[in-house]
Design a protein around this ligand. Structure first.
Ligand SMILES: Cc1cc2nc3c(=O)[nH]c(=O)nc-3n(C[C@H](O)[C@H](O)[C@H](O)COP(=O)(O)O)c2cc1C
Ligand SMILES: O=C(O)C(=O)c1ccccc1
Length: 371
């Protein structure tokens, strides 16, 4: 990297400049026409902030608590596969940076370091102090024993929650990957969480089966085999949000997979008011997709999210400058968020309410719900 990154955008540009274009495309890309990829970011730009003044908010806290676990800021690392593709230390570097920042990291089922090793690295980075929670993302597998083994691995590693991704009945159609012929990890890299599970190929991406066979009964089944909080990632319809709560799910990640699954679904920010209304505060909602600025975080929290997740920014920072880069990224977002709170007259996340945002173009006939 030539200059110090001052924003997520800088990391994006730096990653594009250093990465193999095939990997840069894998990270940046989305499904089909990438309409939803663009919509996620654009929605944050459309929403306006309307700050309060003279609120006496010299002392500010960015802390949040989710499922009894504390984090130092409402920005978590959404699950992203294959960190060793962009950095030799891979998820170990990411986990150390997240631990140093006090941020929750969601380990991808398709991580290139085993979840136990990632957890150990996070603990060591905190030198005796409590590390922030580590969560584990999984795709339900047609073979229940495989799912059970993955849950056991995450539990043994000390993960504090399970994030079940439910938007992937089939693998997303990334035309950039197809054009570039990118289908497998390069030699030497494996999906380490899949190593030594009962079936064949050891740690091959192909072991992760995407299936359209899953139903709410599988969620009930999972509920029965673990005491860990379960979040569903990829619920977009308010009716499904209500169903999720009814099925005893502990939280939702309002996500369209960064526009990498079904293209032309709405921006997650646009859906947030409807989803928040559907769950009525019964479970926390984490939003991801297009979060690039502290102001984006404030907008999502104002509309009812308990936290936001970042996906691509983490990969960009990791590609640019490894652990140091992810540390810097999280610091930058923390600074931006703290600034934004100050400028909005807020002392903490509890002060962020819908009165702080305006939807100039989101009229009643747009189909968007104005809170
Ligand atoms: C390179 C990459 C890999 C991803 N891998 C996973 C994954 O393994 N599991 C998952 O549930 N989501 C995965 N996602 C989706 C992210 O968790 C997240 O929903 C999305 O990236 C958020 O949007 P953003 O990139 O605009 O921040 C991946 C996204 C990217 C960009
Ligand atoms: O690229 C993705 O979005 C993703 O979710 C994934 C899942 C498994 C393996 C590789 C990528």
């Amino acid at each position: 990297m030539t200059a110090v990154a001052l924003s997520v955008r800088d990391f994006e540009a730096a990653a594009r400049a250093t990465l193999d274009p095939v990997y840069a495309d894998f990270i940046a890309g989305g499904a089909r026409d990438e309409i939803t990829v663009r919509a996620n970011e654009a929605a944050f730009g459309e929403l306006q902030l309307l700050p309060r003044v003279l609120r006496g908010n010299a002392v500010r806290s960015l802390d949040i608590t989710l499922f009894g676990g504390r984090a130092s800021m409402p920005v978590l690392l959404s699950p992203t596969a294959f960190h060793k593709l962009v950095d030799p230390e891979g998820e170990v570097a990411t986990a150390r940076a997240a631990a140093a920042a006090g941020a929750i990291m969601v380990v991808s089922m398709a991580s290139t370091v085993a979840v136990g090793e990632i957890a150990e690295a996070a603990r060591r980075a905190c030198e005796g102090a409590d590390p922030p929670p580590l969560w584990f993302q999984l795709y339900l597998q047609p073979d229940r024993e495989i799912t059970e083994a993955l849950v056991r691995r995450a539990t043994d590693a000390g993960c504090a929650a399970l994030v079940v991704t439910v938007d992937s009945a089939v693998l997303g159609a990334g035309e950039r990957n197809r054009r570039n012929g990118f289908h497998d990890l390069p030699p030497g890299l494996r999906c380490e969480n899949l190593v030594d599970l009962r079936d064949g190929e050891n740690g091959h991406v192909r072991q992760i089966l995407m299936s359209a066979e899953f139903t709410w009964e599988h969620v009930d089944w999972l509920r029965g085999i673990t005491d860990l909080p379960i979040l569903l990632k990829g619920v977009l319809h308010p009716d499904d949000a209500r169903l999720a709560v009814r099925h005893g799910v502990d939280g939702l990640v309002l996500s369209n997979h960064g526009g990498r699954q079904l293209d032309t679904v709405p921006a997650t920010l646009e859906l947030l008011p409807e989803i928040a209304a559907a769950v009525e505060g019964r479970v926390p909602v984490v939003l991801d997709g297009g979060v690039r600025r502290g102001t984006d975080v404030v907008k999502a929290l104002a509309l009812g999210a308990s936290a936001v997740g970042i996906g691509r920014p983490v990969m960009w920072a990791l590609a640019d400058s490894g652990e140091k880069g992810v540390r810097r990224l999280l610091e930058l977002l923390r600074e931006e968020l703290d600034d934004t709170l100050a400028l909005c007259g807020a002392s903490g996340v509890a002060d962020l309410t819908p009165e702080l945002v305006r939807f100039p173009s989101w009229g009643p006939r747009s189909g968007r719900v104005v809170p």
